[in-house]
Design a protein around this ligand. Structure first.
Ligand code: SF4
Ligand code: SF4
Length: 284
């Protein structure tokens, strides 16, 4: 089995392969909890999926502007053409935020090499500079030497782009993070869940380190000393609402509607909550 969203990770199998032990934990979990069978559509391709739907009623607050625990620590994927074209179309804003072009010019690269690199190299900078020059994801930036933000997402917001457009321009793994999708080797079936107390043993991300889906962590004194303003208790809402638009455009309307209806049917979320408009994609 593989961590589906990491299949295009620059480090390959070392990252995306699920160990036998984790595979067994996942199978055990999915045999024990209530499951929804549905269909997802990602980048135009349909997949059959089993969804651990109750996890989508877990509370989340994606308060990225105020988060001091950046999750953009690694290049998550070999970038798609749509992202490369977007960077080239917005090269000035991209450089103003990330300084990637300036850094490479100062390191002796020619402009033509830098453009070629954005078009062809896995992480949009020359391969030999990925670890040496930039320890965070090459698209990340620090607006104030504190928070770490995504330059792609920020440029989209500056251009007043819709949630659908944001999801199209950013890597899918980033839009959906930290939702976990694990696939059978041949992709004939996907298993979809969220890191929490029950799944964190087999999900690729660690629930206990992730404030946006762990309200208790976000309220702890040690965490609040680093994040005194953000992560207000009242701003935690069920993931299906916090990530409503993201889920709709990343995994398809059918997935979103099926999970939402199931959660309402089982009183895991309430109809009144559905009037909360999805805003959190515009907070990143
Ligand atoms: S997604 Fe979560 S961990 Fe990452 S920056 Fe946003 S709030 Fe912080
Ligand atoms: S959200 Fe943006 S900055 Fe963060 S890992 Fe993804 S592409 Fe990089």
């Amino acid at each position: 089995m593989n961590y589906f969203l990491f299949l295009n990770h620059p480090k390959g199998k070392e990252v995306y392969k699920v160990s036998k032990e984790r595979e067994e934990m996942l199978k055990e979990h999915f045999s024990r909890v209530d499951i929804l069978e549905t269909e997802v559509v990602m980048r135009g391709i349909k997949y059959k999926a089993l969804v651990d739907y109750s996890a989508f009623s877990n509370l989340a607050n994606f308060d990225c502007f105020k988060c001091q625990d950046p999750c953009c620590a690694d290049n998550p994927t070999v970038y798609e053409k749509i992202t490369r074209d977007f960077v080239l179309e917005n090269i000035e804003s991209y450089n103003k935020k990330t300084k990637n072009i300036d850094i490479l010019l100062e390191s002796g690269y020619e402009v033509e090499d830098i453009i070629k690199s954005i078009k062809e190299d896995e992480c949009m900078v020359p391969n030999e500079t990925v670890e040496a020059e930039i320890s965070l994801c090459t698209c990340s930036f620090k607006p104030n030497n504190e928070s770490v933000l995504c330059s792609l997402h920020s440029i989209c917001l500056e251009k007043n782009m819709s949630a659908k457009e944001i999801v199209e321009k950013k890597p899918l793994v980033c839009s959906l993070w930290p939702i976990d999708i694990i696939s059978e080797e041949d992709k004939s079936l996907l298993y979809i869940t969220v890191p929490d107390d029950f799944t964190t043993g087999f999900t690729i991300e660690d629930y206990y380190d992730t404030p946006c889906i762990n309200k208790e962590l976000a309220q702890s004194s040690s965490f609040r000393r680093k994040n005194p303003i953000g992560f207000l208790e009242d701003e935690y809402v069920p993931i299906i609402l916090a990530y409503g638009e993201t889920l709709k455009y990343s995994l398809g309307e059918k997935f979103y509607n099926d999970v939402k209806e199931k959660l309402v049917e089982e009183n895991l979320i309430f109809v009144e909550e559905l009037i909360i408009k999805e805003k959190q994609i515009f907070k990143k």
